[in-house]
Design a protein around this ligand. Structure first.
Ligand code: ADP
Ligand code: MG
Length: 402
């Protein structure tokens, strides 16, 4: 299934290249999207996240030219009504970011950031981009685009980025050129993910640890609620500010440095602050989520599925009740998965991503995955009146040259 999907995408890339440039490409690279298994809203607190790469990729097909710029087509630029789009990209490190970013910003930003970090290109290139990571679906099509561009520049320039260099320069591109103040998770897992492994990423030290998830009888079911609630825009900065305020009240910079015991011992002090009740709940989520993430990692390695399921359950409840970033549609999906339960092959289920819609991640017994997905979609339709979309994946390989 996964191989077939990849082969189809690869064939698509080659065909699209031939259509646009009239020849076969000489370089092909791929970088995946991702899903976060646990560790939500922990990154900006310096905590832990636990993503894995998914069997959905962005592929770039390219050929060097003797031009001094890059001409790149994408099959999908994320705009409805625009079937495909082209851009011209300068091979310079000092290109000025656009005020109003669009898809070209991710590409130009990554090219410029690669050049800043020491890659040099002798000539330009022609390229096409195809992807089966849903754009804007919370599975990080943006990181898969940046990381695939960086991988292409490595291959064309012969300059290999070491360790965390590549994901970090992609983060720079997203911050500076796409103007998205994202964390480091998406780019790390897309660049450095390994097949049959999840990644425990410490957002304070920026050190990734590969965690084997090699049991093929367990898979990951990603269900998209296909709702995204309009936010005022203040929800995210508000929560960030709350976490910072509690950390500072306890004499620290980040909640990562606060233990649960310490937080509970300081409860009265926090409750006495303005909006104390809310501050305490927000901090309880952030501090508790780190504990759950580390527990889940150990349980996953041990194949202790009951403990894995428990951590996912507690994470969801905390995001719903303490952090207040869930919504009724997402809760419905999680409740349906819970009603199926471990006996029905649903090991654990939770919201994944920033919240207020988006996707649910459910760990499932591989042989029950389709049945569970269909039941979730059917009951979701009956309860919420909307169509959920889903797919099943094992932990996939990160960026690579094909
Ligand atoms: P997510 O990363 O969750 O999919 P984002 O809003 O962060 O959502 O990124 C989506 C944006 O990234 C798209 O609107 C588009 O600008 C850009 N993008 C992602 N994939 C592609 C692609 N294959 N071709 C062109 N642009 C892309
Ligand atoms: Mg993104």
């Amino acid at each position: 299934m996964a191989d077939q999907l990849f082969d189809n995408l690869l064939a698509d890339a080659k065909e699209f290249f031939r259509e646009k440039f009239g020849a076969a490409p000489t370089v092909l690279v791929a970088a995946p999207g991702r899903v976060n298994l646990i560790g939500e809203h922990t990154d900006y607190n310096g905590g832990y996240v636990f993503p894995m790469a998914i069997e959905r990729y962005t592929i770039i097909a390219a050929t060097p030219t003797d031009s001094d710029k890059a001409t790149i087509w994408t099959k999908d630029c994320g705009k409805k009504m625009v079937p495909s789009a082209a851009g011209e990209f300068a091979l310079r490190a000092d290109v000025k970011p656009e005020e109003q970013p669009d898809w070209t910003s991710y590409v130009q930003g990554t090219i410029s950031c690669c050049l800043r970090k020491g890659a040099t290109l002798k000539s330009g290139f022609d390229a096409v981009i195809v992807s089966n990571v849903p754009l804007g679906g919370g599975l990080s099509s943006s990181a898969s685009l940046e990381v695939s561009v960086a991988t292409l520049i490595e291959e064309l320039s012969g300059h290999k980025f070491e360790g965390s260099e590549k994901p970090l320069l992609c983060v720079d591109a997203e911050h500076e050129y796409a103007r998205m103040p994202c964390g480091i998770m998406d780019q790390f897992i897309s660049a450095l993910g390994q097949k049959d492994c999840a990644m425990l990423l410490d957002c304070l030290t920026e050190k990734p640890e590969m965690v084997p998830m090699s049991d093929p009888t367990v898979s990951v079911l990603i269900t998209n609620s296909n709702v995204k609630h309009a936010l005022t825009g203040s929800e995210y900065p508000e929560r960030r500010a709350s976490c910072k305020a509690v950390a500072e009240a306890l004499g620290r910079k980040l909640l990562r440095e606060v233990s649960m015991d310490e937080l509970l011992a300081s409860k009265d002090k926090i409750l006495a602050m303005e909006n104390g009740e809310t501050l305490f709940k927000r901090a309880r989520h952030a501090v508790g989520e780190d504990v759950r993430t580390l527990k889940m990692k150990d349980a996953l390695v041990a194949g202790d599925w009951a403990t894995v399921g428990e951590q996912m359950r507690a994470s969801h409840d905390s995001l719903r009740d303490d952090y207040e970033v869930s919504c009724s549609e997402i809760d419905a999906l999680v409740e349906i998965a819970r009603s199926i339960g471990p006996d029905g092959g649903a090991i654990g289920s939770r919201i994944t991503g920033g919240g207020f819609g988006g996707c649910v991640v459910t760990l499932v017994k591989t042989d029950k995955a389709d049945e569970i997905a269909e039941k979730m979609a059917r009951e979701y339709k009956a309860r919420v009146g909307k169509d959920a979309t889903f797919f099943v994946t094992r932990p996939a390989q990160g960026a690579r040259v094909l």
